[in-house]
Design a protein around this ligand. Structure first.
Ligand code: ADE
Ligand code: ZN
Length: 330
């Protein structure tokens, strides 16, 4: 199996979280910002746990201050993803970081990101679509402003709405208004749940926000009735095994519940979340899953097809990507 050449579909990637540390250091240097405390001696991002990770993430993101910075970021991130064989990427974008939730500013950032995505598509053969994401620990009022930005720019490129951030803060139902607005604007919905919260957090996201996909969702494994319900209802999980291992949810890939969930018929997909923070790439996720569960090319092809089916983009885009999945020469 030639892992890098297997065509992959990634549904769960935070754009700022995918910024290579050297890229952020370069921006900090240009802007004369001292962010040396964010990095370890070998140049990697340094954090103690998930909550510290969120702080480092936000501090690194403070170097991204203009639409041109996001243009460069999109190119850098898509080049990396394409090198791992990703042909379609759905990426979380945050108006919180792109112009402070001001609609006019958000449109300018979006324009820059789309231009970079078009360039990357021509150069690297990877297609990008955006899922606007509010941030849970910033609270419901900011989420409403974010949802308005999402609703106003919904279309063939901004295709979804979601929520990330600290799952221990607030409840999904606090964000219902924002999710209703996004749904009414035609956006498809996903929510981070079942990463730092247990099975009840997955139920709450499904029942209170009516999302069709769950970001992570892995802790549903603590309630097998819920796992079977996810399988029956066809709920798609955006699973990020390397992220969960790096953040200490599971000690190794072998201990990760994705194997059991797949065997029980849950629609699992594979993503990297914030790859440089977790020392991973899509190619590495595949290699580790192959080692842990003996998954072969047939399993990965099945997962890539299911991922594309669960993507939020339009049918024309899906047909174009499907053709790429079918021409495997590994
Ligand atoms: N933001 C970036 N990565 C995240 C994660 N793994 N969980 C919640 N919020 C995030
Ligand atoms: Zn995430």
């Amino acid at each position: 199996m030639n892992v890098p050449t297997l065509p992959k579909v990634e549904l769960h990637l935070h754009l700022e979280g995918a910024a290579p540390p050297a890229f952020i250091r370069g921006l900090a240097r240009e802007k004369k910002m001292d962010l040396s405390g964010l990095f370890s001696e070998n140049g990697a991002y340094r954090y103690k746990d998930f909550w510290d990770f969120l702080k480092v993430y936000e501090a690194a993101t403070s170097t991204l201050q203009r639409p041109e910075d996001y243009h460069r970021l999109v190119l850098a991130v898509l080049e990396e993803s394409a090198a791992s064989g990703v042909v379609y990427s759905e990426t979380f974008l945050s108006p919180d970081f792109c112009g402070g939730r001001d609609l006019g500013a958000w449109r300018e950032y979006l324009h820059a990101m789309r231009e970079a995505a078009d360039q990357a598509e021509r150069q690297f053969g990877i297609t990008l679509r955006g899922v606007v994401t509010c941030i849970r620990h910033f609270g419901p009022e900011k989420a409403r402003q974010t949802a308005r930005c999402a609703a106003e720019t919904a279309g063939d490129w901004i295709v979804g709405f979601g929520i990330a951030g600290d799952e221990k803060v607030g409840q999904p139902k606090d964000f219902r208004w924002s999710f209703d607005l996004a749904r009414e604007a035609g956006l498809r919905l996903t929510a981070h749940a079942g990463e730092w919260g247990g099975p009840d957090s997955v139920r709450a996201a499904l029942n209170d926000l009516e999302v069709e996909r769950i970001g992570h969702g892995v802790r549903a494994i603590e309630d097998l009735a819920l796992v079977d319900e996810l399988a029956e209802r066809g709920v798609v999980l955006e699973v990020c095994p390397g992220s969960n291992v790096a953040l200490g949810l599971y000690p190794t890939f072998r201990d990760h519940p994705i194997g059991t969930m797949f065997d029980r018929g849950v629609k699992v997909t594979i993503s990297t979340d914030d790859p440089p923070f977790f020392h991973t790439t899509m190619a590495r996720e595949y290699e580790e899953l192959h080692r842990a569960f003996d998954w072969d090319e047939g399993v990965f092809e099945k997962i890539a097809r299911a991922s594309l089916d669960a993507a939020f983009c339009d049918d024309d885009t899906k047909s174009k990507i499907r053709a790429k999945l079918e021409t495997v020469d590994a």
